[in-house]
Write a protein that binds this ligand. Structure first.
Ligand SMILES: C[S@@+](CC[C@H](N)C(=O)[O-])C[C@H]1O[C@@H](n2cnc3c(N)ncnc32)[C@H](O)[C@@H]1O
Length: 261
């Protein structure tokens, strides 16, 4: 049953999920049901569950949310391990589960392991929405793009986090490269890129119609043969926006440390 997940529910969980993306997720989770009917959801990289609880609220009775994370297990590469040691100290599956169960009555399907292994646990071709937010290193993101493509229904929506952040060039390289082989972006926030491997036009139309009445400044651009809606935070908030990710990171670290005391 679809359940409302409030801004307060999301705000209570440390992590990286900003208000414009919360709005876009709410829109597209609704629109994918309208346009595609029943379909599963997946998230690669959950951390403490901030975006996962919103996905969980969008599930109808016969749909499945599958999530994957290393939850502190060893990573396959040195780069990935040092990223995780630096950013996600003390993360545990138990902490994710506790946060999720504060919002929902039951857990999603949880996989502990490398992100691309999700294809061994979720049904290929059955997903209407996939959020890719795990390792930021090029070779892993290439694997995650392939995994998302295998999971998605023909016109399903895929979202990539950190596609343009200064500290994540591997995500940028992998995602933009995929636009040469079938990935069609239709919306861009400062942090996330929204795309499909199918027909982007209906999603572009949906976001454009919504953006016109939304609280976000936005513009329309042509990009590699398609239209994209680009939205951002208003001028008066721009300083807060540029420091927001850093303070979210230290807030998340403090939260984890407090749980361990
Ligand atoms: C940016 S956080 C996810 C944020 C989360 N979606 C949110 O909204 O707060 C990235 C997550 O990916 C996980 N991760 C990093 N490398 C991974 C890998 N190779 N496979 C699976 N998970 C990985 C980390 O443990 C961390 O929990």
């Amino acid at each position: 049953m679809v359940t409302h997940v409030s801004d307060d529910d999301i705000g209570a969980i440390p992590g990286w999920f900003l208000d414009y993306d919360v709005d876009l997720f709410r829109l597209l989770l609704g629109k994918t049901t309208e346009r595609l009917g029943q379909g599963n959801l997946a998230e690669l990289g959950v951390y403490l569950g901030k975006s996962a609880v919103l996905l969980g609220g969008a599930l109808s009775d016969d749909e499945v949310l599958t999530v994957v994370d290393l939850f502190g297990e060893d990573a396959a590469t040195v780069d990935n391990q040092s990223e995780n040691d630096d950013q996600y100290v003390g993360l545990s599956r138990a902490a994710f589960e506790a946060n999720y169960l504060k919002v929902h009555g039951r857990l999603p399907t949880i996989v502990t392991g490398p992100s691309e292994s999700i294809v061994d646990h979720a049904t290929r071709g059955s997903h209407r929405f996939v959020h890719v937010d795990a390792s930021h290193h090029y070779e892993h993101v290439v694997g995650d793009i392939q995994a998302a493509r295998e999971l998605l229904m023909d016109d399903g929506v895929v979202v990539f986090d950190d596609y343009r952040s200064e500290h994540t060039p591997g995500v940028s390289a992998a995602v933009w490269r995929a636009t040469a082989s079938g990935l069609h972006p239709f919306a861009l926030s400062p942090v996330k890129l929204y795309a499909t491997f199918g027909n982007p036009q209906p999603w572009f139309d949906d976001v454009r119609a919504w953006a016109t009445d939304s609280r976000w400044p936005h513009e329309f651009q042509h990009l590699a043969g398609g239209g994209v809606v680009r939205l951002w935070r208003g001028q008066q908030h721009s300083a807060a926006a540029s420091t927001g990710r850093r303070s979210l990171r230290s807030r998340a670290r403090n939260w984890v440390m407090a749980q361990r005391r």
